[in-house]
Write a new protein. Structure first.
Length: 367
């Protein structure tokens, strides 16, 4: 394996900024690695190499309007196939969009490109949404640690591409775990930011606060680096807001010691495999070596699942109702179920869900 692939994104960007590495060298290393492992893993089924090399050639020095702490300096990245990259297909994993070419990059990708990221290709996704990455357009993404296992979803392609060394950073998004679940399945890191932290493109419901865009990397420092390059305001996203340059990387250098950690295997609301619960418990207990106390105390999460399912149904009905009307026979039954759940939600259910969401927020604040 090319030694450049084994570098962290933080190390690679540091060398790019100093001119010790070129974007083309990293592109060459990434392409070589993709050709080596992607035929088995199928994490990045859609490449845009010609576009990436042209972008690298024309990158030049950091623009005057870009803060040096946010500058990725030509680092190749993977972009999840729910996001638009100008001139590249955005399929959403659906036959309906298998030939859809994006006219331009969406707000999420444009923010990264403006800060020196170079999209090398699209990472695989489930059809529209889901916790297992497979679809009728590109097929299944396999877990690089064990090709018989799932890579999770819906950012499974991004997580598998990172874990197998195809790229250094990747975009993801999250409605009910789509950044976090595949990261846990693949041994990578995904962060679900708060709504508005990372700007979203036109495919999202503009005022929805459930679906967020977020960074994915191989370690926490790399995720902080990417979030600095991805956060900020865009007119495309009315919930987005400005971000302080470099604030997330600087936060990692803070000296505040962790003194207390709350840990729960299931938050009191979801089932979990005993083996997974045991592994997570052992991981949480590592905080004791840092001098922290581990507590089982958690907020009351009762009602969270029911409220989420109601609000998710409303979101799906809003976003995909017109698509269902025209293409029902081309949409997976699970997605049809989610859309129709939104159609059948009553006003009383929406009111109850919003009350529960507000109560949950205040319980967590009090905790």
């Amino acid at each position: 394996m090319n030694e450049l692939i084994s570098m962290s994104a933080t190390e690679a960007v540091a060398q790019l900024r100093k001119g010790e590495l070129s974007p083309r060298e990293l592109l060459d290393a990434a392409v070589e690695r993709i050709e080596e492992v992607n035929p088995e893993v199928n994490a990045m089924p859609e490449l845009c190499m010609e576009r990436a090399y042209a972008q690298a050639k024309n990158l030049g020095s950091r623009p005057s309007g870009v803060h040096p702490e946010n500058w990725l300096a030509g680092l190749p990245i993977a972009v999840k196939d729910y996001n638009d990259v100008g001139g590249v297909r955005t399929t959403f994993g659906s036959p309906i969009y298998k030939d859809a070419i994006a006219e331009r990059s969406d707000a999420t990708v444009l923010q990264l490109e403006s800060n020196g990221a170079i999209p090398l290709g699209k990472s695989n996704v489930p059809e529209f949404a889901g916790a297992n990455t497979f679809n009728p357009v590109y097929g299944a993404t396999l877990n690089p640690w064990n090709l018989k296992m799932s890579a999770g979803g819906s950012s499974g392609g991004s997580a598998a591409a990172l874990a197998s060394g195809m790229v250094w950073l990747a975009t993801g998004n999250d409605l009910g775990g789509s950044l976090r679940t595949p990261s846990s399945f693949n041994g990578t890191v995904g962060l679900r930011p708060g709504p508005g932290r990372v700007p979203r493109g036109p495919h999202r419901s503009a005022f929805d606060s459930l679906w967020v865009e977020g960074p994915m990397g191989r370690c926490v420092a790399d995720v902080a680096l990417m979030l600095d390059a991805n956060a900020g305001f865009s007119r495309e996203d009315p919930l987005s807001f400005p971000s302080d340059p470099g604030e997330f990387v600087r936060a990692l250098a803070g000296s505040d010691a962790i003194t207390r950690v709350a840990y729960s295997p299931d938050l009191g609301i979801v089932p979990i495999e005993p083996e997974v619960a045991d592994l997570c418990r052992k991981g949480a207990e590592q905080f004791t070596s840092l001098g922290a106390e581990i507590t089982d105390d958690i907020p009351d999460f009762s009602g969270a699942v029911e409220a989420f399912q109601t609000l998710r149904g409303v979101l799906f009905g809003n976003l995909m109702g017109p698509v269902l009307e025209k293409h029902r026979n081309q949409i997976a039954p699970e997605i049809v179920w989610n859309i129709e759940k939104g159609f059948n939600v009553t006003p009383e259910q929406v009111l109850d869900a919003e009350r529960l969401r507000a109560q949950l927020y205040h319980r967590v604040v009090a905790f």
